[in-house]
Design a protein. Structure first.
Length: 240
């Protein structure tokens, strides 16, 4: 089976010489809900920015549903929806238009784009806000807008970079339910987090990244069993 995401020996050295990724290997299978857990500065956002072609890699290969980002970028991007860790809306664009324009990038005609925008805005409880300027929305609404925007072309893989950082537990739970529903509908999901309980609640598979390396890549079940051994708790506490 073609993996949803295949990463091979991915390296990244930033322009200032900082080595952020030291050879990441990762395979996520279609339908999985995968957590990439790691402390601040571990390399989570760097990895995700490279997958989404927002940042150039230094070495290695990345493919999304078999489409190599070096040779087949548009097809790779069509399979991917991204919710970045940080986003700013500096354009005075209404919420509905943001979704329609995003759909347009993927070649979805305007009429169909509006249908999809309506569907996702309703699902994310933003339909009432469709005419609002995005940057006037609350923090939680902006995040939901970014999720709707990531889903409007109905990608097979959804990647969210710390989607619940800084949101309260109620909002976090609502988002978890929504993500579970999307995953059950067949969308492969990868999320980064530094909350172990978030990974535990959502994901069957987990990778732990630290200092630009995957130090653990296993099932949630196996990780939890391992957590019962004292030495690993110490290692993990140091890593997180
Ligand atoms: P995480 O998302 O896991 O918190 P990041 O991928 O954002 O980690 O960052 C990994 C490391 O790379 C950090 O030490 C960060 O300071 C460094 N870094 C990120 N962006 C840049 C950049 N543009 N130039 C130099 N170093 C960077
Ligand atoms: Mg980050």
């Amino acid at each position: 089976m073609t993996p949803a995401l295949h990463i091979e020996n991915l390296t990244k050295t930033y322009k200032n010489g900082f080595v952020a990724l030291k050879g990441i290997d990762l395979n996520v299978q279609p339908g999985e809900f995968y957590a990439l857990l790691g402390p601040n500065g571990a390399g989570k956002s760097t990895t995700i920015s490279i997958i989404a072609s927002l940042v150039n890699k230094s070495g290695g290969r990345v493919s999304i549903f078999g489409h190599d980002i070096d040779t087949d970028l548009y097809a790779a991007k069509c399979c991917l929806g991204l919710v970045p860790q940080e986003f700013n809306f500096n354009v005075f664009e209404p919420v509905g238009e943001i979704l329609v324009n995003q759909a347009g990038y993927y070649g979805i005609p305007r009429r169909e784009a509006w249908n999809r925008a309506e569907r996702w805005l309703k699902k994310l409880e933003l339909w009432d806000k469709r005419k609002e300027i995005a940057r006037n929305l609350s923090g939680g609404m902006k995040r939901r807008l970014m999720i709707a925007r990531a889903l409007v072309h109905e990608p097979k893989l959804l990647i969210l970079d710390e989607p619940t950082a800084g949101v309260d537990i109620e909002v976090r739970r609502t988002m978890w339910d929504f993500l579970r529903e999307i995953n059950q509908a067949g969308v492969t999901i990868i999320l980064t987090t530094h909350y172990l309980e978030e990974a535990e609640s959502l994901c069957r598979k987990i990778g732990i990244i630290d200092h630009g390396q995957i130090i653990e890549n296993t099932s949630m079940k196996a990780l939890l069993a391992k957590l019962n051994t004292e030495t690993f708790i110490l290692d993990l506490e140091q890593a997180l």
